[in-house]
Design a protein around this ligand. Structure first.
Ligand code: GAR
Length: 212
């Protein structure tokens, strides 16, 4: 599957997008980021993509109007670009069923907690870290998973942990978690590109032999 075409969907700063751009440029993974799609026109991630001469598209309310029209436009763009893999890198919206069905086991999401903790509807971005702090857990982390119809409920590809110290605040947890996100997201995409992921029910078998 070398040389696959990837669409990265974002809503914000795009530090995970940057990790993917770097991974492609450093040839850590064989694939092309064919397009970056944002549902927020002011997202800094759009600028990151432009800096690297990657095609961008804004699919927002202002341009497309209703949810239905936006969903249609998104699917059309993905099909026109002949996308093989969709990566949700801080895309803080729910993908329409039509896309989930058309790209079964071809959509990867990064979530800033150890799923199933602090996940599901309403758990996104900093809200996750706020809940982590309030609950007083000692360990949190990040999860990369395939996307299915259930929010954060798809087969888990990789997880990594970080310790939560007594004096941590939202910013320090966010920073620690982002650091591991920037490792496991490119790694998961690399495993996908190299055909090393096999989905069996709700579990993913990872073939890790000879990984650099
Ligand atoms: C990341 O922490 C990502 O895990 C989270 O949004 C942040 C985006 O940061 N995604 C979710 O919460 C999805 N439910 P970035 O724009 O700097 O990559």
């Amino acid at each position: 599957m070398a040389g696959i075409k990837i669409a990265v969907l974002i809503s914000g700063g795009g530090s995970n997008l940057q990790a993917l751009i770097d991974a492609v440029e450093q040839k850590y993974l064989q694939g092309e980021i064919a397009i970056v799609i944002s549902n927020k026109k002011e997202a800094y991630g759009v600028k990151r993509a432009q800096k690297h001469h990657i095609k961008t598209s804004i699919v927002d309310k202002e341009t497309y109007g209703t949810r239905e029209k936006r969903d249609e436009a998104l699917l059309k763009i993905l099909q026109q670009e002949e996308i093989d893999l969709i990566v949700l890198a801080g895309y803080l919206a729910i993908l329409p069923r039509s896309i989930v069905e058309n790209y079964r086991n071809k959509i990867i999401n990064i979530h800033p907690s150890l799923i199933p903790s602090f996940s599901g509807e309403g758990y996104y971005g900093e809200k996750v870290h706020r809940e982590v702090l309030e609950r007083g857990v000692k360990i949190t982390g990040a999860t990369v998973h395939f996307v299915n119809e259930e929010t954060d409920g798809g087969p888990i590809i990789l997880q990594e942990t970080v310790d939560v110290e007594f004096d941590d605040d939202i910013n320090s947890i966010k920073e620690k978690v982002l650091k591991i996100e920037h490792q496991i997201l490119p790694l998961a995409v690399k495993l996908f590109v190299e055909g090393r992921l096999r989905v069996m029910g709700n579990k993913v078998k990872v073939k890790t032999g000879n990984l650099k």
